[in-house]
Design a protein around this ligand. Structure first.
Ligand SMILES: [Fe+2]
Length: 365
């Protein structure tokens, strides 16, 4: 369109480089702008106008620190149970949107988080996708997630994996609703524009293994004969709270309490010792009563869940008081420090494995 307009009028354009241009010696800004306008028609732009923005001296997050208090949001999550069935919704989830990134279905630039509700008797049908997911159970007991033929019955504090391209479905065979936190690497996979998804013909996948098989076989310091020696994601589908909670307690009793993070373990892939997934890594920390953590920051924006206790986390000078069931987010490279009024447990998850694989992860006290 622009070229058509030019061809009908004798104005300066690419074919007449020296005619009627702003004088670059006396009108520098005008000359540059005219140049930018001309190269723009060829889908080009001057790097020097954007260089500082593109290559900052240190990370400048667009995310805001935020908290979703369970006491505030539980009733709203429950209300969704009256509005739509799990089957209709496929996944009945309220997305936790970062207040600075509203409408983008994300809690940080790389991760999605949501609160999922499954009512007694409901099934969330089987599907799989190239996004990886985790569930962290907040409320209720006795619903299951099935992953690759194994059904795991879930309790609060359990950390459940549904890796990239693994079929998964959920069902609630208990008599109470269940709410969990979903975290997925959706923004990361969509950034690469590499999302695929498929639905299984049946609502629930056939059960082929016993509940607890993957934890017993792969998470007990032994491995079945013939198990692979490398796998880029953990074969364990449920790291139960019943097993992990006593370990952080043991660490605390042994005095292994980090001044910033408390007595903390990393959920590990038993095949490699690495993170549980290539795109997301999680940790569980026990903070002693009266813990006054030192300030810390890292390049991975981190989602926290308070599992037990009461305390507060100060993020970039803002204080977020938390108690059991609360979810909060510390954006990349903002300093944060935890304080625990009572003995407290914090679960956390971030994109640190992806950043480490790319060689860009950094931390500082
Ligand atoms: Fe899914």
């Amino acid at each position: 369109m622009a070229q058509a307009a030019q061809s009908s009028a004798p104005v300066p354009d690419i074919e007449h480089p020296d005619s009627k241009r702003p004088d670059s010696k006396h009108n520098v800004a005008g000359a540059r702008q005219a140049y930018y306008d001309r190269i723009s028609k060829f889908n080009m732009a001057p790097l020097w106008e954007k260089l500082r923005q593109l290559v900052g001296n240190e990370p400048k997050t667009q995310c805001a620190p935020a908290i979703w208090r369970f006491a505030d949001v539980k009733a709203m999550v429950m209300e969704s149970g009256d509005l739509i069935s799990a089957k209709e919704a496929e996944r009945r989830v309220l997305v936790l949107e970062n207040p600075a990134l509203r409408g983008q279905s994300r809690i940080t630039q790389s991760l999605y988080a949501g609160l999922q509700l499954i009512m007694p008797g409901e099934v969330a049908p089987a599907h799989r996708h190239t996004a990886s997911a985790i569930r962290f159970i907040l409320d209720g007991a006795g619903a299951y997630t099935a992953v690759e033929g194994e059904r795991t019955y879930m309790s609060p504090g359990d950390f459940v994996l549904t890796p990239n391209w693994a079929y998964h479905d959920h069902g609630n065979t208990s008599d109470q609703p269940m709410i969990w936190l979903d975290v997925l690497d959706l923004p990361t996979i969509n950034f690469y524009e590499s999302m695929f998804a498929e639905h299984l013909d049946e609502e629930s996948q056939p059960v082929a293994r016993a509940d607890g098989d993957s934890l017993a076989l792969f998470g007990s310091g032994v491995l079945p004969d013939g198990a692979p020696v490398s796998l880029n994601r953990s074969p364990v589908i449920n790291y139960t709270y019943a097993r992990t909670r006593p370990i952080v307690e043991r660490l605390m009793k042994a005095g292994q309490v980090d001044k910033r993070h408390g007595a903390r373990v990393r959920y590990a892939n038993p095949m490699t010792g690495g993170w549980v997934m290539p795109t997301m890594g999680a940790q569980l920390a026990l903070l002693p009563a009266g813990f006054a953590g030192e300030g810390y920051r890292a390049t991975d924006g981190t989602i926290f869940v308070c599992v037990e206790g009461e305390g507060a986390t100060t993020i970039a000078g803002q204080v977020f008081a938390w108690s059991a069931g609360d979810v909060f987010v510390a954006p990349p490279w903002l300093r944060y420090a935890h304080d625990a009024a009572t003995e407290s447990v914090l679960f956390s998850i971030s994109d640190r494995p992806a950043q480490e694989a790319l060689g860009i992860w950094r931390e500082i006290n």
